[in-house]
Each structure stands twice: as C-alpha cells, then as structure tokens.
Design a protein around this ligand. Structure first.
Ligand code: 5CA
Length: 163
C-alpha cells in the first residue's frame, strides 16, 4: 500500500504538499512527530526555539483569504495587518482555512496550497538561520531557511506582529 494515498485513492495532504513544494522548486525533508506538531509550542519540540516555528495563519481581508506567516513567538496584530493590506481583517474559521489552502488548521503549510494565496511574512522570522513549518498534516514539519520561505511562498516581508 502507498502510505501517501488515502483509501479513496485521492492524494493525501502529505502528497499534495510535496507536489506543491516541487512546483516552487523545494524538496522538503518531512519529519513526523507522532505526539503531534499542531501548535507552535508542540512543534518546537523538534528542538528549536519557539520563534523558529512558522505559523501559517489564514485571515480574510475584506473577505479575501490572505496567508500570514508569523513567528511562533509572535501574534498577529490585525490592526497592523489591515493597514498593511488595506482592508478589514477577520480570522478564517476551520472551513475557511480548508477552502483557501486545501489543508486543515494545524497542518497548513506555508506554500503548496490548492490555489495561489497572497502572503505576508513576519520580519522576525528573518532573524534565524533556519525555521520550521508544517508539511500539510498536524504531525509533520520541515526545516528551511527564511530566504527559501520568502521565495517559495512569494510572501511580502512586513511588520504586522507583536510579541
Ligand atoms: N503545525 C503548527 C506549526 S509548525 C501550526 O500549524 N501552527 S499554526 O499556528 O499555524 O496553526 C495553529 C493555529 O490555528 C493556532 O495559532 C490557532 O490560533 C489557529 N486555530 C486553531 N483553531 C482555530 C479555529 N477553530 N479557527 C481559527 N483558527 C484556529
């Protein structure tokens, strides 16, 4: 049996992420943690600083999905994000995240989404040699450099977070 396939035969989240990553020139080495990497705090159990965890958060700006790649040690200031993007910011709910990205909350990767998504990246992430992001499921992560993250996500680097 192919562990990358669901029983229905449709591509699994892991497989969709790997295919999407390949499209942007990335070949992530996916690490699986059976205890779960659903939150930034759990993901930091890979042995990195909390700030090195990439939170891939979906907001709606005047109803349009936007991805905010945020350091695990920071919180999004929705007022600043709205000023940056020029609209009213609300949080996407679980269905909204799934619809915008193709992935579930806790497993949403920073790229490799179902369709292109405008992305912004918290400047704090640039302070690290490497960072860790979700790989499509709530028990997997992968390591990459901030430069790779900016390039692969197409994100605009900005200041929209508070610590
Ligand atoms: N796997 C980790 C990082 S590698 C991860 O995905 N972290 S995350 O921060 O990007 O995703 C979890 C985030 O989803 C939490 O910060 C939490 O604020 C948000 N979240 C959890 N439940 C909901 C919900 N019901 N609606 C909207 N957002 C939610």
């Amino acid at each position: 049996a192919n562990s990358n396939q669901t029983s229905s035969g449709r591509a699994s989240a892991r497989e969709r992420f790997l295919a999407g990553a390949q499209e942007v020139g990335m070949a992530p080495e996916i690490l699986r943690f059976p205890d779960g990497t659903r939150t930034a705090a759990q993901a930091a159990a890979v042995g990195c600083e909390l700030g090195q965890i990439v939170k891939s958060l979906v907001f709606l700006c005047d109803g349009e999905a936007v991805l905010a790649l945020t350091s695990g040690s920071n919180r999004v200031d929705t007022g600043r994000l709205g000023a940056l993007l020029g609209g009213m910011i609300t949080r996407a709910d679980a269905d909204g995240v799934r619809e915008a990205t193709g992935y579930a909350i806790g497993g949403t990767p920073p790229f490799g989404h179902a369709r292109p998504l405008r992305a912004v990246l918290d400047r704090a992430l640039l302070a690290y040699d490497t960072v860790w992001a979700a790989a499509g499921t709530p028990d997997t992560v992968f390591e990459l450099t901030p430069d790779e993250l900016v390039r692969a996500s197409g994100a605009e680097v900005a200041d929209f977070a508070t610590d």
